[in-house]
Each structure stands twice: as C-alpha cells, then as structure tokens.
Design a protein around this ligand. Sequence first.
Ligand code: NDP
Length: 295
Amino acid sequence: MRVSFLGLGAIGTPMAVHAAAKSTLTVWNRTRAKADAFATAHKAAIADSPRAAAEVADVVITCLPTSREVEALLDGADGLLAGLAKGGLLIDCTSGDPASSRRIAARLAQQGVAFIDAPVSGGTSGAVNGTLTVMCGGDAATFERARPVLEMFGKKIVLVGPVGAGDALKAVNNAWLAIHLWSAAEGLAALVKAGVSPAAALDVINASSGRSNSSENLIPQRVLTGAFPRTFRLALLEKDVAIAADFIREQRVPSAVTQQVAELFRQARVALGEEADHVEVVKLIEEWSGVEIRS
Ligand code: NDP
C-alpha cells in the first residue's frame, strides 16, 4: 500500500516510523529538514508539497496541531485537494474539532475522496510502541478501508460514530486528563504542605478510588522525579479542553468544570509558553502554593 504521512511532529514521527516499515511511505513536513532527517533514518520518499504527497498515495494521513492547519493544507495549487484522486482516502490523526472535520469531509466528498477523523491516544511512548488507541469518526465502509493503515501504529481501533465523533471523544478524553492532572496537583501540594510524603500519598491513592493516569503514571514519572520531559505540548492540551468545553455546551449539557479547566489551561499556556509540556502546569501550582511535589 502507498501511504503519505504529513506532519512529522512529536507524535507524528513515531507513527510514521511504523508506516515506513509496513508500507511504501512518502512524507511531507512544513519544515523540510525534518522530512530529510526522517527519510535518511527510515525507508521513505519525500514529497515537495501536500499535493505531491497526495498524488503518489492510496491513503494520506495528516497529523497536525489543529484542524485549522489541516484545512489550510487542502487549498491552493500545491494543496491536498489538487493531488487527491477520486476514490482516495484521507485519514486525519490530528486531535481536531468536529465541525472542521465535517467541513473537510464534505469538501473531499465533492471530489469522491473519503475522510475519517482518527485522533490517537497513548502519548509518544504509545506511538513508539505501536500501541496507540485510535478513535474514529466516519462511515463503516471508510473505517474498514482505514483500519489496516491504522493498525500500523494502533492497537485499540474503534469506530465511535459519524465524522467528527472521533474528535469529540478525543477532546472529552483529554479534558479528563487535564482535570485529573490539575486537581491531583492541587491535592498533592496541600498534602505536602501538611507533611505527607507525595510518594506515600500516591501509593495510597493509586490503591484507592481517586487514581487516574496522572496519579499512576504522569506525576510519579515526571513530577516526583523532577524530569518534566517535553512530549505533549501544553498548548495542544489547552486546545483539546477548549474543544471539549464547546462540545459539551453545544450539546446543552452543564459544562462548568470543563469550562473552568479550559480557562485554567489557557492561563497556564500564557504563563508557560507555546513549547511547555502539559505536565508543567504542576510547576505553576507548586509556585502558587510555595511547595515542590518531589520524592
Ligand atoms: P507537534 O507540535 O510536535 O508537531 C506539529 C506538526 O505539525 C509538525 O510536523 C509541524 O511542522 C506541523 N505544523 C505545524 N503548523 C503547521 C502548518 N501551519 N502547516 C503545516 N504543518 C504544520 O505536535 P504533535 O505531533 O505532538 O501533535 C500532533 C497532533 O496529535 C495534535 O493534534 C495533538 O493534539 C495530537 N496528539 C499528540 C500527542 C502527544 O503526545 N504529542 C498525543 C495524542 C495526540 P514543523 O515541523 O514545520 O513545525
């Protein structure tokens, strides 16, 4: 199968590594040097434009920061729409927003190209290990076409509804991540101030009902150690929580907690900058409370 992969970022790169091993791969990246480095390290050709990438592929995968960048790649003489042939398939692994994905799907449908939103979860380590969870929005026939491609880097691959449903589910998932992370940091900072060891607190909570991925993995591995690696930009999580807050409100469901956390993450991104990792929000809570959560 001929696959083109557009967007060699923190998670796109390890996903594309699997695709290089299991397909005839072409890559395109806005910053050309990253595509050059990828093609040197892995078996892949380089496309000079999104159009050229689409022209040589049966399936095109995009993995960009937001749906805005995906939509922008469609247009122009060098855009994806100029290169996608009737019968083609675009799989968007961006954590996008449902309305944009529906718009993109409608535009592609006009020229006989299928679309599926297929955001992923599992972090960069899940991408390296090929164990990502992929949540898909689209029709059943398109999903069955996309499945063998998604199996190159995904483990749990689920069709959750029509176009946009994958984006909606991903946004809700990441809103929970943000809520768990923020509230865990608040609670741990208070416990540390009261003289409780954070390692002991997590040991107990992880055998109790308050546990989460933040308490079981992120905080022990990244905060207690002081490592704070940069794997998933805070700005991207801020985007996801904002999508979730809009989605919940649009469904006429009370969204107070998600709205509040969306605003907290917006403020955190302003304070910490575009390149900060999402777990670095804990540093803000440490600063405001005057303690460090370290083992
Ligand atoms: P990065 O910020 O690391 O990479 C973004 C990629 O998009 C780069 O290849 C960048 O190109 C490209 N890009 C940025 N702006 C544009 C543009 N205007 N036009 C064309 N290309 C552009 O993001 P990630 O790889 O971390 O994330 C990608 C998607 O996956 C996001 O939607 C994110 O929310 C989601 N995701 C990320 C996870 C993670 O752990 N990192 C986990 C799960 C989902 P360039 O090299 O030129 O900057």
